[in-house]
Design a protein around this ligand. Structure first.
Ligand code: PMP
Length: 389
């Protein structure tokens, strides 16, 4: 059997401006990068605090490799659980104010593992309709009855919870929505969930480091505890500047994940050197308040600049500041025109976002300067005027 049909499908994607393509980064994560041999100013990294290339984090990675080697060697349950992993878990538990934390190799795997360890076909899962793909996949894979509620709409959630009989009910949402940048309405969602005896799971991949006291995330920002949010997920590839993820919660939750989360049990542990690096970045993330202050300053400066240019922003208080442009081909054209001016921003298209809601996902980092931000605004002004958006 040939792959002709796949070839035709790929061509059709290209025609619809939906083809995904990788770019080669030839420099470290930073505002000024080299992409495919060309110097650009990047506004599309999730390295929100500028820690991915921090000298102390790099030094800790090297030291971790010296002490524990590069490879995890085996799964956590065989002999891949090093002292560096263990210490990081204890520090993440303290950081999140939960009894325990458990490391996973990626956020995708943390979400799949946690939902599937908790639910099966006797249960029901309720997801905000714009939740991250890994959460949606986790719910679908679990075999639980799957429902999506209207974005940030606790009344709609209430309605659905009321009508559902199930052994267990789990309500799942992002803390900061990855493509829109807004915060989950957690107080209302938690209140509604509690009224129906449902657990709440929050994936705060984009909130940790940026939101809450000392970067303790969206759940901390709303002053909610483990009685309200029983399952708390964080990823390490964004503000932490490393890679991997964790689930934080009660003793019973973490022991249940160790027994049943297949993406925990059947995979090699993350590199212990990465665990060491993350211990250093966790310290910086908490102590360097100036990084959050700088980020908030840049967010305000960007939003007021866009307002002056009449650009359609979303209601986001976070470093994710998407500019809505509508159709996929228009998003691609704007992204290409910006690149010609040395500005690198990804175009986000369906199915990642709904049809007609393609956008430029601008992300800001504490390592950007005012001058770099102004270069972005100038380029946006020229490009948007040229395209009559
Ligand atoms: N959750 C959210 C909200 C995300 O945005 C992402 C990644 N973009 C993930 C989970 C997956 O995390 P990882 O990249 O560590 O697999």
């Amino acid at each position: 059997m040939s792959f002709d049909q796949l070839g035709a499908e790929l061509q059709a994607r290209k025609k619809q401006s939906l083809y995904r393509q990788r770019r080669i980064l030839q420099s470290p994560q930073a505002p000024e990068v080299i992409v495919d041999g060309k110097a650009c100013l990047a506004f599309c990294s999730n390295d929100y605090l500028g820690l991915a290339n921090h000298p102390e984090v790099i030094a800790a990675l090297k030291q971790g490799a010296d002490l524990y080697g590069v490879g995890g060697g085996a799964s956590h349950l065989v002999n891949g659980h090093s002292q560096a992993h263990h210490a990081l878990e204890e520090e993440l538990a303290e950081f999140t104010g939960r009894p325990r934390a458990l490391l996973f190799s990626t956020g995708y795997m943390a979400n799949i593992g946690a939902v599937n360890a908790l639910l099966d076909k006797r249960d029901a899962v309720f997801q905000d309709r714009i939740n991250h793909a890994s959460l949606l996949d986790a719910g679908l894979l679990s075999g639980a009855r799957f429902q999506r509620f209207l974005h940030n709409d606790a009344d709609n959630l209430d309605n659905r919870l009321q009508r559902t009989e199930a052994r267990r009910k789990l309500v799942v949402c992002d803390g900061v929505f990855s493509m829109d940048g807004d915060l989950a309405e957690l107080p209302a969602i938690c209140q509604t969930s509690a009224a129906h005896n449902a657990w709440v799971m929050v994936d705060d991949a984009h909130g940790f480091g940026c939101v809450g006291q000392q970067g303790r995330g969206t759940v901390d920002h709303f002053d909610l505890g483990s009685d309200q949010v029983q399952v708390l997920v964080g990823t390490l590839g964004k503000a932490f500047g490393t890679s991997g993820a964790f689930v934080a919660g009660s003793e019973e939750l973490i022991e249940t994940l160790i027994q049943h989360a297949r993406t925990y049990i059947y995979t090699t542990s993350m590199s212990p050197a990465i665990a060491s690096a993350t211990r250093a970045s966790l310290k910086l993330l908490q102590q360097d308040e100036w990084r959050r202050e700088k980020l908030n300053h840049l967010i305000q400066r960007f939003r007021s600049g866009c307002e002056q240019l009449g650009l359609p922003l979303m209601a986001s208080p976070t470093p994710i500041q998407p500019i809505l442009v509508g159709e996929a081909d228009r998003a691609m054209a704007i992204s290409a025109a910006l690149e010609a001016k040395g500005i690198f921003i990804g175009a986000i298209r369906p199915p990642t976002v709904p049809q007609g809601a393609a956008r430029l996902r601008v992300t800001l980092s504490a390592s950007h300067t005012d001058e770099q931000l102004d270069r972005l605004l100038d380029a946006l002004s020229d490009v948007m005027a040229g395209l009559e958006v």
